[in-house]
Design a protein around this ligand. Structure first.
Ligand SMILES: [Zn+2]
Length: 363
């Protein structure tokens, strides 16, 4: 069971203290997920900013309001990115230039961000086209992902021109307290979370979110990738190295207690999706697009369909690389997947028995 200790969320340009020296703020996002949570950690001689918001609408004005009213006369001294996605790094370059301060990120996130933020539709090549055909989205998928390839320039300020590298186990000392970097993979290449043992607080970014599941996607730049394998291994890693009773400060929704319950729920959620896909591919060989209703019961709009197909392929690649699905290319150039693991009927019976006899994990 998850607990949410804060009844209110921060108003625009305001802070809520969530632990000693740790403050929560929110910035708007122009999409269905309409906010991102950012955090400020107070040091003796300045403030550490954890994630920065997108470079859209009033976000810079909200930052200015915070600088003016809430920094208690101290400057920003460092900017940290949990990962490269534009809602997390869209204003990192602006913040670092404005305060002339260093930018902290993992190598995987910094370099990936540099590449993607500079990409334009001209970088959309035949392999990207082929990936869309293989998924079953056809010409509509090709057009929409070609357009998306240049779409991040409008919502991001260029990244800082240098960075300081975070790695698993890197320790940052902030006002005498140690914050340890814990790396997660699968949602993004090398996502940094920050854990402070003396406060028992985890800043979790998009790695652990209480009410939504992070997107785990295969896209055209790495069509044979297996991010779900990395994601599941990361969830296990977090169960091992982080305590169950930490206060979790996520990038979306609100701070919560119940870290281990949430991690176990996420593992179970993907295991359910994997076995449901295997079952669907037993009935008839199917494409990723045809399999979307197995994973997503809701209607998908244009904004979400690309992410949904990417997530579906992440599950299909996981099963394919484990030899539980095989695939062939049909006459439209589309992969059709078929279940080949003869232990599937037995596993399905066991899963149904478990579902009937045990309580689902409550979240
Ligand atoms: Zn993200």
């Amino acid at each position: 069971m998850l607990e949410f200790p804060f009844a209110e969320v921060p108003a625009a340009g305001e802070l809520i203290q969530v632990a000693e020296g740790v403050h929560w703020l929110r910035m708007p996002l122009p999409m269905a997920l309409d906010h991102i949570n950012l955090y400020l950690i107070e040091d003796e001689d300045g403030w550490w900013v954890i994630d920065s918001g997108m470079d859209v609408g009033p976000t810079r004005d909200h930052w200015e309001q915070i600088f003016e009213h809430h920094l208690q006369g101290k400057p920003v001294k460092a900017v940290v990115a949990t990962h490269w996605h534009p809602d997390h790094t869209g204003l990192a370059g602006w913040l670092c230039d404005r305060w002339r301060v260093p930018f902290y990120a993992t190598q995987g996130e910094y370099l990936t961000g540099l590449v993607f933020f500079r990409a334009s539709s001209d970088d959309f090549g035949w392999t990207n086209e082929q990936h869309q055909l293989r998924s079953g989205r056809g010409q509509a998928g090709i057009e929409s992902s070609r357009k998306n390839m240049g779409g991040m320039r409008h919502i991001t300020h260029p990244l800082p021109t240098s960075y300081r590298r975070l790695e698993e186990g890197t320790r940052l000392t902030i006002k005498g307290r140690t914050w340890r970097v814990v790396i997660g993979k699968g949602h993004s290449p090398e996502h940094a979370c920050l854990y402070c043992e003396s406060l028992n607080v985890l800043i979790s970014g998009d790695q652990v979110i209480p009410r939504i599941t992070s997107n785990i996607s295969v896209s055209g730049h790495e069509p044979e990738g297996n991010p779900l394998k990395a994601w599941l291994a990361s969830l296990e890693h977090f169960l091992e190295v982080l305590p169950a009773d930490a206060l979790v400060l996520p990038a979306h929704n609100t701070p919560f207690f119940g870290l281990h319950a949430r991690l176990r729920y996420l593992i179970e959620h993907h295991e359910d999706h994997l076995i449901a896909l295997e079952e669907a591919c037993l009935a008839q060989p199917s494409s990723a697009v045809e399999l979307l209703p197995v994973l997503f019961q809701r209607e998908l709009d244009e904004q979400h369909i690309g992410l949904a197909v990417g997530e579906c392929i992440a599950h299909l690649n996981y099963l394919y690389h484990r030899g539980q699905l095989e695939r062939h290319v049909d006459e439209q150039g589309c992969f059709r997947y078929r279940s080949v693991d003869d232990t599937l009927p037995l596993r399905l019976r066991k899963q149904r028995h478990r579902a009937e006899t045990s309580e689902p994990i409550q979240v």
